[in-house]
Write a protein that binds this ligand. Structure first.
Ligand SMILES: N[C@@H](CCC(=O)N[C@@H](CS)C(=O)NCC(=O)O)C(=O)O
Length: 264
């Protein structure tokens, strides 16, 4: 996967979808998990994730595919969780930006990618919130990329993850006055894996304790936090920041000192 830093378009628009500051402090900046953050738009054509079973034969998301002017075959897919750093489908273009009217919440349980049946992990979904704003990456798929991406995401998101599709309006960071219609995968409270709200300290504890076929739940949290750091000061997510802060507070308990391990 691409190894460069995420190069964000310069000229971030202050005042666009701004929330209170992201509470990461210099001393406890979320450490980048192993491996570089791939740069959306420069990743080579990806094959399906190694842990993804063969694609389902029925890639029929419930939403009508949102179309924008121009290429009738083109489709934009909005990622705001693991799709931000691991889309794993071929795409023609990508944009960093945000959707309004939604807040991101770690309220979806995950018993495959970042958890197990006994210890479900927590991954993100979108909560309808009139004041909300969620930053992520929109990927444009064209031609035969469309059916391949939808087949893959139908398995990864819907079959394995309990997500459904929803049309959203995406505002590119570098052109918020030229919004795009996009398809998003959202886990609603009606899906069996939905966990709903919990104190952010409890969510942090669950994330620290869980892992699944795609890796540790902590990696999922820190890669998302890394993306938000790279989006710049105008991109805020207080829920994510509070969970990262809680993890930072608890990590010393999970990472005994050398003395505690009698290594000195
Ligand atoms: N639909 C959201 C969330 C997607 C998400 O995190 N889905 C889980 C499925 S439960 C996933 O694909 N995980 C893969 C991973 O954790 O690497 C997005 O657009 O990013």
């Amino acid at each position: 996967m691409g190894g460069a830093q995420l190069e964000l378009p310069s000229g971030a628009r202050p005042g666009v979808c701004v929330r209170r500051s992201f509470r990461a402090h210099a001393g406890d900046q979320p450490r980048r998990p192993p491996g570089p953050i791939p740069v959306p738009g420069t990743m080579k054509q990806e094959s399906a994730a190694p842990n993804t079973p063969p694609a389902s034969q029925s890639p029929t998301p419930s939403a009508q595919f949102p179309r924008n002017d121009g290429d009738p075959q083109a489709l934009w897919i909005f990622g705001y969780g693991s799709l931000v750093w691991r889309p794993d489908f071929a795409y023609s273009d990508s944009r960093v930006g945000f959707v309004r009217g939604y807040s991101r919440r770690f309220w979806q349980g995950d018993t495959f990618h970042r958890g197990s049946d006994k210890m479900p992990g927590r991954v993100v979904t979108l909560l309808e919130d009139h004041e909300g704003c969620t930053w992520g990456v929109a990927y444009q798929v064209q031609g035969e990329q469309v059916s391949k991406a939808l087949k893959y995401l139908n398995v990864r998101e819907a079959v394995l993850g309990g997500y459904d599709t929803k049309e959203v309006t995406f505002y590119p960071q570098d052109a918020p006055d030229q919004p795009l219609k996009a398809l998003a995968y959202v886990a609603t409270p009606q899906n069996p894996g939905y966990l709903g709200p919990a104190p952010e300290e409890a969510i942090a504890t669950q994330i620290l304790a869980c892992r699944g076929f795609s890796g540790h739940n902590l990696e999922y949290l820190l890669r998302l936090a890394d993306f938000m750091q790279l989006c710049g000061p105008q991109a805020q997510d207080e829920h994510l920041a509070a969970i990262v802060d809680a993890v930072g507070t608890m990590l010393p308990c999970f990472c005994p000192t050398e003395q505690a391990l009698a290594l000195v």
